[in-house]
Each structure stands twice: as structure tokens, then as C-alpha cells.
Write a new protein. Structure first.
Length: 138
């Protein structure tokens, strides 16, 4: 077995940054992402949402591209939300793409805490710009 520790902080938004993530949808999204991550052998460290985007701290093995992990969890969570809530005014979708930052063991606690306290950070306007980037600045 090869030793590895690969930590990533991913962020992506709902399509058009629509505020679609209600508490009920959040439950389905988080469950789906955790379920798919187990199948992808990628332990979730922290996961949280606000109304229009999601943060995930995850350990992805080197045998799996980060983009492949993101494609899988985004697709599966989209499918699960639309299956559980067929009467939404329009189908639930994520934006194309995502932001990803790598981090090391020394900052694992900081990133995990930041993700876990997303709602508080947004409510108190204490977000870290660097950890909230979703689209590449132009």
C-alpha cells in the first residue's frame, strides 16, 4: 500500500448562484456527497452549505483525479435532489466547474473549522476571501 495524504478544499455554487439550498435540500446534498465519497474512497473531513454554494474538505486518493471526484459527487447529488424533490419549480443544478485548493496537515484543523462554520461566517460577514473563491477572478 502506498502512503498518501492529499487534502483539498472544494467550493462550487448552484446554477446561476440561485439560493436553492434549503435545509431539506442541504440534508439530501450532504448525504449524497458523503455516500458517493465513501464509494470513491475519499473521506469527507468537513462539509457545509449556504443557500447558493457548498464547501467540502476532502481527502482524495492520488489514483482519482480531483476533477473526477467533483464530477461524481456533483452529478450524484444533483440526481438525488431532483429524485427527492420532483416538484421543485425548476430542476436543481450545480454550476459548471468548481474551485479547489490543496492544503496540508498543519492547516487541516483551520480549514475544517472554516467549512463547519460556513453559515456563521456568512451571517457575520467573517468569510475569508481566499476560501470563498468559486470563479476565477477576471
Amino acid at each position: 500500500m502506498t502512503f498518501w495524504r492529499c487534502y483539498y478544499h472544494l467550493v462550487w455554487a448552484t446554477k446561476n448562484r440561485a439560493p436553492l439550498i434549503s435545509p431539506q435540500i442541504e440534508t439530501v446534498v450532504i448525504h449524497a456527497i458523503k455516500e458517493k465519497s465513501v464509494k470513491l474512497e475519499s473521506p469527507i473531513i468537513a462539509i457545509n452549505t449556504v443557500s447558493d454554494h457548498i464547501h467540502v474538505a476532502v481527502s482524495i486518493p492520488p489514483k482519482l483525479a480531483v476533477s473526477e471526484w467533483a464530477r461524481n459527487v456533483k452529478g450524484y447529488s444533483t440526481h438525488e435532489v431532483n429524485a427527492m424533490f420532483p416538484d421543485l419549480p425548476s430542476p436543481f443544478y450545480w454550476q459548471n466547474g468548481f474551485a479547489v485548493l490543496s492544503f496540508g496537515l498543519k492547516t487541516l484543523g483551520y480549514v475544517s473549522d472554516y467549512v463547519n462554520r460556513q453559515k456563521e461566517h456568512h451571517a457575520n460577514q467573517t468569510t475569508e476571501d481566499y476560501l470563498e473563491i468559486i470563479d476565477e477572478p477576471r
